[in-house]
Design a protein around this ligand. Structure first.
Ligand SMILES: C[S@@+](CC[C@H](N)C(=O)[O-])C[C@H]1O[C@@H](n2cnc3c(N)ncnc32)[C@H](O)[C@@H]1O
Length: 215
């Protein structure tokens, strides 16, 4: 894992600031379950848990919860940001957990997934069966990509077809577990980063949210 996986303006949140942002404007049971496991160590989950006796159990908990909810853990702060950026087209939506929260918080989301991954244990939203090509029908919507598949062209092809102005990306960066170098290069060449927002992280994971607008 190299330093490039951190967003450029990454800042460790304080537990207090996260508590005050998570007044449960929408019910977010994934975040609640994460906090019931990591609350005392949060936000320093990466360094404090990797070698602990709890590691194996927590590794299995991550496996269980990402299949039930999503790879990334949403907070009220990032859900509110996505509501502000609505309407949204989400490609590769998985269980639809993020789409459900955005919708319940007042946002407008079309969520699409081609079902390539079909081992989810949860289903939270009416995710449309379709490929990334659907993005070309929605230049008027913000593109939302959350953990696009690793070493797959999906994210790069989606971005090339997207003709709209704004991209919200959640995942790891260059050299991390999402997308390809071509995707990050294309994003940096054609868009400008406006904001990076920290999200809760599973131990060993370096994901974050970034908002980009077209140059
Ligand atoms: C790593 S999962 C992430 C799912 C979800 N966004 C999350 O964070 O949990 C990647 C998702 O992309 C979907 N996917 C892969 N290739 C796709 C394609 N060509 N068009 C649409 N979705 C695709 C997979 O089915 C899978 O649900």
């Amino acid at each position: 894992m190299n330093d490039n996986t951190f967003p450029r303006n990454w800042k460790n949140p304080t537990k207090e600031s996260e508590d005050s942002k998570n007044g449960s404007e929408v019910m977010n049971e994934y975040f609640e379950q994460f906090m019931s496991e990591f609350g005392e160590e949060y936000p320093d989950t990466f360094s404090s848990n990797f070698d602990s006796e709890n590691y194996r159990r927590r590794f299995m908990l991550r496996d269980e919860l990402i299949m039930k909810y999503a790879f990334a853990i949403p907070t009220d702060e990032v859900i509110q940001k996505l509501v502000e950026m609505s309407p949204i087209i989400e490609i590769g939506a998985g269980t639809g957990y993020w789409a459900k929260l955005i919708t319940e918080a007042g946002g407008d989301v079309i969520a699409v997934d081609n079902g390539e991954r079909d081992d989810w244990t949860g289903k939270w939203f009416e995710v449309r069966d379709g490929t990334y090509e659907e993005v070309s029908n929605h230049p008027d919507r913000t593109l939302f990509l959350c953990w696009p598949p690793y070493e797959s062209d999906m994210a790069f092809e989606t971005l090339k077809l997207y003709k709209g102005k704004t991209v919200v990306y959640v995942g790891e960066g260059h050299g991390g577990c999402c997308a390809t170098d071509e995707f990050f290069d294309y994003l940096e060449e054609n868009f400008v980063e406006q904001k990076g927002i920290t999200i809760p992280r599973w131990p060993g994971i370096h994901d974050y949210m970034e908002i980009w607008t077209r140059k």
